[in-house]
Write a protein of this length. Sequence first.
Length: 133
Amino acid sequence: MMALDTNVLVRFLVKDDEQQAQTVYRLFKQTEEEQQVLFVPLLVILETIWVLQSAYGITDDAIVATLGKLLLMPVLMLEKPMVIQSLIASRKEGEFDLADVLIAYSAKFANCAGIYTFDKKAAKFKYFEHLKR
């Protein structure tokens, strides 16, 4: 099994380089025909969120919808899909930073009791605990 790097996933999603986007499409098609899957590490999801927000100005709601679609693609095997599903479901709980929520659920599914943070906004999300000086 092969894994995907962030730049490959971003090219597939934003199609800002048509040639690279077609290369990724062909890779997905070939992988599917061979009845294989491509692994998408959780860190790639985190980086993808950051790139889509900062470089492309894509809204959190659009990113969450995209993550839901990626989960449904049989050619992709996302690391810890329950973390991604929890991130998607958490959108109903308020406007929190997607990266923070991904970190929170990653820790939760690793059986952590919580996460210490200095980030006051993140501390409002369950699983975070504000660490005061």
